[in-house]
Design a protein around this ligand. Structure first.
Ligand code: DQA
Length: 145
């Protein structure tokens, strides 16, 4: 099983960016954790971060047929990128959306996700363990659970 983990804008700043909201672990810490967890679960994990909408869209397109699922934290693109929504809708593999913070407890503009409606599901507010939970969910989805 192969999973692609996509992190959008400003997530390269994890660890230094608003640690009270996003925690003290860095993107490298997060990716290391996912690769290790993947090894334990028999999942081959590929991680990619970009601050650019088009790069994320290209990665989503290229994942189709190459991976069994996508985990994406689109960052602020969540709230307004119809292009990322359409990219997710265009592929036949399941996508799970993850947010580290509880977006519903924050500013109003964060309460809307234009992307969630085309995903298999969304995990919000559980910190970076949300990515691991998404990984397990994709594994279960593949097994038909
Ligand atoms: C985020 C929440 C978004 O509102 C924000 O723009 C981010 C991170 C999260 O993981 O909690 O960049 O997606």
């Amino acid at each position: 099983m192969r999973i692609l983990v996509l992190n959008g804008p400003n997530l390269n700043r994890l660890g230094v960016r608003e640690p009270g909201v996003y925690g003290s672990e860095t993107l490298v810490d997060l990716e290391t954790r996912l690769l290790t967890r993947g090894e334990h679960e028999g999942i081959e994990v590929t991680c990619f971060q970009s601050n650019h909408e088009g790069d994320l869209i290209d990665a989503i397109h290229e994942a189709d047929g190459q991976y069994n699922g996508i985990i994406i934290n689109p960052g602020a693109f969540t709230h307004y990128s119809y292009a990322i929504r359409d990219a997710i809708a265009s592929v036949s593999i399941p996508t799970i959306e993850v947010h580290i913070s509880n977006v519903h407890a924050r500013e109003d503009f964060r309460h809307t996700s234009v992307t969630a409606g085309v995903t298999a599901g969304q995990i919000v507010g559980l910190g970076i363990q949300g990515y691991e939970l998404a990984m397990l969910a994709l594994k279960n989805l593949k097994r038909g659970k």
